[in-house]
Design a protein around this ligand. Sequence first.
Ligand SMILES: Cc1cc2nc3c(=O)[nH]c(=O)nc-3n(C[C@H](O)[C@H](O)[C@H](O)COP(=O)(O)OP(=O)(O)OC[C@H]3O[C@@H](n4cnc5c(N)ncnc54)[C@H](O)[C@@H]3O)c2cc1C
Length: 418
Amino acid sequence: MTWRNWSGSVECNPTVRRPRNVDDVVEVVEDADELRVAGSGHSFSPLVATDDTLVQPDRMNSIDVDRGDESITVGAGVTLGEMTEASGDEGLAPVNLGDVDRQTVAGAVATGTHGTGEFPVLSNYVTSMEVVTPEGDVEPLEEGDPGFDYHRLSLGALGVVTKLEFDVVEDYGLRMERRRRSLDEALEGFRENVRRHRNYEFFWFPYTETALTKATVEADVSGGRRETGWLENHVWRQLCKLTEHVDAAPLAKLASTAVRGKTKTGRARYVYPEPRDVRFNETEYGVPVDELPECFREIQEIVERHDTLYPVEVRFVEADSLPLSPAYGRDSAFIAVHRYHERSYEDVFRECEDVFRRYDGRPHWGKMHSLSPTELQQLYPGWREFLSYREEFDPDGVFLNPYLQRLFGVRGGGRYSG
Ligand SMILES: Cc1cc2nc3c(=O)[nH]c(=O)nc-3n(C[C@H](O)[C@H](O)[C@H](O)COP(=O)(O)OP(=O)(O)OC[C@H]3O[C@@H](n4cnc5c(N)ncnc54)[C@H](O)[C@@H]3O)c2cc1C
């Protein structure tokens, strides 16, 4: 069967297995030479790609809410959206979420998925998990266990996660104000606005000085509803298609004039997700937040030179201590460059990456990047320790595909060669 990721940039021809429970997973692992697990396929990097065994755990969708403990335990196939719905029904909610909630919880935490605001990447909220090891053992792991921080953000290289427990909080209402601002204002006020709001981010429209800011505070509101975004997505798709034939600059300017102030209110689960139906490819790096204005100006120049319609997105992620977290040890501004999926992205992403490198940027693991094992070792103080842990956990490299072998500098048989 052909498997494709969301954007269509990754394609492979695996033997797909769809386990119903942990026993099925054990059986699949015991049979496999090379095995990868797919979440919702929302990663742009080829983390999932394999022509061997692909586990699709979409039937493993148990959800167990613990109201007293303020935690929720979900099966490997459960999406962020399903998790937030179920916790909302019990008066609970995740502390933060990203732009969309179609990813699985297991997939989102494996790559360090983040929202914006003074919160760390979602992996930090995992408090326990069940993992099937390469030997087919079922291992329960919890906070404080050796190696747990590697498992919380593992790039899917440390076994099959069959279920995981996620910390949630008392449900809350949100008021999100979308406003048109100048880019200068958005850039200069970024850190202060992050402090003053629960969540804060902005999008800059290429070839203009216009930014769309999204500033969210907690509010005493009930209810709410999911936006379908049908019209916005439809119009946006037509503009994107036009860029296959005409210059992006006038279209980006036109799009920026449509930015209007708008307020969205409701319970957290209705306010966070924004419908994103037009497919794109993306690279995103976290840089030290104080370097944002300088770094952004360089990215701006590149994006405009490459005939780009898509706005550039800027978010804030709090420092943490997970060894493979892109925000390890530093408060970070994440800069995301998007490209309509029908247009080439290689040159513009490569040039942006050259800039991000100069600012010690660390890539989002689920988005496109081309860093080498040597560069990663310089960026992550815990890189070598992670590699040693992985080698001990999976010496035969069952959970490695060619992409991860390259990323980790591992040759066949799982031996570290760096
Ligand atoms: C439209 C769109 C919007 C996005 N918005 C954001 C955003 O706001 N913030 C952000 O940070 N990122 C965002 N992303 C990136 C996305 O959150 C990550 O790439 C995420 O990892 C995708 O989750 P997934 O369920 O699709 O997992 P996949 O992409 O399918 O897999 C990701 C990794 O998890 C592993 N994995 C999945 N399940 C398991 C399991 N049970 N056991 C072991 N390993 C497993 C896979 O093997 C792979 O290594 C977005 C992506 C798209 C396409």
